[in-house]
Design a protein around this ligand. Structure first.
Ligand code: CS2
Length: 499
């Protein structure tokens, strides 16, 4: 029998037949019936497998059709090119340990690329039927100084402050935005000067107090633009709820696309892959209407902080530890690293010895059980989540994931040896640039050049040189003798293991 070539793409015209096929479900709502109520910045795989799913489930549970999503891409137009010809439709391939299922999603009602569509995004943010913006622009999307304020030396920020000045003075369209927060701030200015209707900006990135961080940067842009009246309105009418988001979403591979193709009978260029687990804790702080996400399993609460801290410290830190140690030892995936001799024990030690003592358990959570459930999710052999994917952007991730734990342990008079091991594993990953078998390990990091420059030199001084990178390591940590020594010792050991 000759192989079948599937040429038709998933789209509004083809979806009905695909949805009839065994193993395929969705869309849970009729995409044609949805109007746009949300602008989402950073329409990557994570958003499509997480918030978009909750939003569609909430619409299906309530029949409320106001919450279609306009997705805004990052600097590349790729997602717009993938989803445009598919009328915004894509599917989520959920991979449990021993089974897969496919669900077609209909809540993405448009995709805009800031390079060409900034004006459309501004208009949509100002529209009265749009009530919120959400963000998954990754850690590096928040241009912050070490102390937390807006980085006014960032060239994109400088350009966007000028564009915001033009926007608030009512001058004509100032061209494409350079940063997602710059585009958002301009859209908020447009909204202020049109309806002034209340609005919520919901950050869904892996940052601590992510709502406050986003608020301070948006206000920072308005301040830098001298936009006094906008600042007053932002204060009075716009909320910035914090959220904790959790779902493991590996990068989609061609093998995943072929698997989905067999199920759908159609080609889906927008396919995303995810684990079965999902969690969303949202600070209940919305001045206008919002989707009934609680009907889709999200938790709306007054206190997100304990959940955020526990997730970032427990899940993301152990993820990074397994990623760096695993990558150095030549393991392609996180599941391979978990299955490898000894590595899961290192992750467990990190959780038990260093992290758990710094945490308050979120309501209804036993932290030791939580830690085990995380390691069990990481072990899913069907996911194919690569160590190199989790290893990227270490300069942005380490401060959020491990340095708070380290600081808390040092304050308590303890040396966090496993925390030091994580920092050391990242250092050796940066320095070696290859695994134990000699295979290259790419350094994908916005600070890659600075990191390579700092790492360059003798093995003996490596830990000291990288601890000296001030944008990552605060003085109190870098200067702490006990911590410094623990990192240097771990670096020495790892260098000898990856000669
Ligand atoms: C991962 C996260 O890539 C990474 O750095 O640690 O994306 C992780 O999979 C998610 O935060 C899980 O919710």
């Amino acid at each position: 029998m000759s192989a079948i070539t599937i040429t038709d793409r998933l789209s509004l015209a083809t979806v009905a037949a695909a949805a009839e096929r065994p193993g395929v479900s969705g869309p849970a709502v009729d995409p044609r019936a949805l109007s746009t109520g949300i602008v989402h910045f950073g329409v990557g795989a994570f958003h499509r497998a997480h918030q978009a799913v909750y939003t569609e489930d909430a619409a299906a549970a309530t029949g409320d059709t106001r919450w279609g999503i306009l997705g805004v891409t990052g600097r590349s137009a790729r997602v717009a090119e993938q989803l445009g010809p598919q009328d915004g439709l894509y599917s989520v391939l959920t991979k449990a340990r021993d089974s897969s299922s496919l669900r077609v999603m209909g809540s993405m009602r448009g995709v805009a690329f800031p390079g060409t569509d900034s004006e459309e995004v501004l208009r949509t943010l100002a529209a009265e039927n749009v009530h919120l913006a959400s963000l998954t622009i990754t850690e590096k999307g928040y241009p912050r100084m070490l102390g937390g304020g807006l980085d006014l030396t960032h060239p994109g920020v400088v350009a966007d402050v000028n564009a915001l000045k033009a926007e608030v003075s009512g001058r004509s369209f100032a061209g494409p935005a350079r940063t997602p927060l710059g585009l958002l701030a301009r859209g908020l200015a447009r909204r202020h000067s049109s309806s002034g209707a209340p609005f919520a900006v919901m950050c869904c990135d892996n940052l601590m107090s992510n709502g406050s961080v986003t608020r301070s940067l948006v206000l920072g842009l308005a301040e830098a633009a001298g936009a006094e009246r906008l600042l007053e309105w932002l204060d009075a009418a716009v909320s910035f709820p914090s959220t904790m988001v959790d779902r493991i979403v590996p990068a989609t591979t061609e093998a995943n696309r072929r698997e989905a193709e067999r199920l759908l009978g159609l080609r889906d260029e927008g396919l995303v892959v995810a684990e079965p687990f999902g969690q969303w804790i949202i600070e209940d702080k919305f001045p206008g209407p919002r989707p009934a996400w609680e009907r889709a399993g999200a938790v709306l609460t007054g206190d997100v902080g304990t959940f955020e801290l526990a997730k970032l410290r427990m899940l993301n830190a152990t993820h990074s530890l397994l990623a760096y140690l695993g990558a150095l030892r030549g393991y392609p995936t996180i599941a391979d690293a978990v299955a490898a001799d000894g590595l899961v024990e290192e992750a467990r030690r990190l959780q038990r010895n260093d992290i758990i003592p710094t945490l308050t358990a979120p309501p209804g959570t036993d932290l030791a059980d939580y830690g085990e459930s995380i390691l069990d999710r990481f072990a899913n052999p069907n996911l194919g989540h690569t160590t190199i994917q989790v290893a990227m952007d270490g300069s942005q991730k380490l401060p959020v994931r491990i340095l708070g734990t380290v600081a808390d342990r040092l304050t308590a008079g303890e040396i966090p040896y496993s925390g030091a091991l994580l920092v050391a594993a990242w250092m050796v990953f940066v320095y070696r640039g290859r695994d134990v078998n000699g295979q290259p390990l790419a350094l994908d990091d916005p600070m890659a050049d600075a990191l390579r420059a700092a790492a360059d030199g003798s093995e003996a001084g490596l830990a000291d040189r990288l601890l000296g990178v001030k944008q990552i390591f605060p003085e109190e940590l870098a200067g702490h003798t006990g911590f410094r020594t623990a990192v240097a010792e771990a670096v020495r050991r790892l260098l000898s293991e990856v000669p």
